[in-house]
Design a binder for this molecule. Structure first.
Ligand code: FES
Length: 106
């Protein structure tokens, strides 16, 4: 497992990620989507497990699910479970918001 840190402080990384705006980042050679809901950060694979649509074009529901823009399949951000749709689960990565920034465990 590798760890990556985004930002240099808790405040900086909160400012870098407007609430519920999905951003794609590059960690090493791996693309990852990151979204913030309050002080909770979620990191997940960048392409939908159904037909590989880019999830940075998607959106986050009030139930903390990411919705794929192509066929509107929904995935729980906390677990990756499919909330609506018929495909494998979304791969999610553990995150930890710390004084030195956002740590993502890949
Ligand atoms: S490609 Fe994402 S729901 Fe079909």
């Amino acid at each position: 497992m590798k760890t990556y840190t985004l930002g240099q402080s808790r405040e900086e990384v909160i400012g870098l990620f407007p609430e519920r705006k999905i951003k794609q980042v590059l960690l090493g050679e791996q693309k990852v989507c990151v979204v913030r809901v309050g002080v909770d950060f979620f990191a997940f694979e960048p392409y939908c497990p159904h037909r590989m649509m880019g999830l940075r074009e998607g959106w986050v529901t009030a139930y903390d699910e990411v919705v794929c823009p192509l066929h509107q399949y929904r995935f729980e951000l906390r677990t990756g479970k499919v909330a609506m749709g018929d495909c494998r689960e979304l791969i999610c990565y553990r995150t930890s918001l710390e004084e030195g920034g956002l740590v993502i465990f890949i």
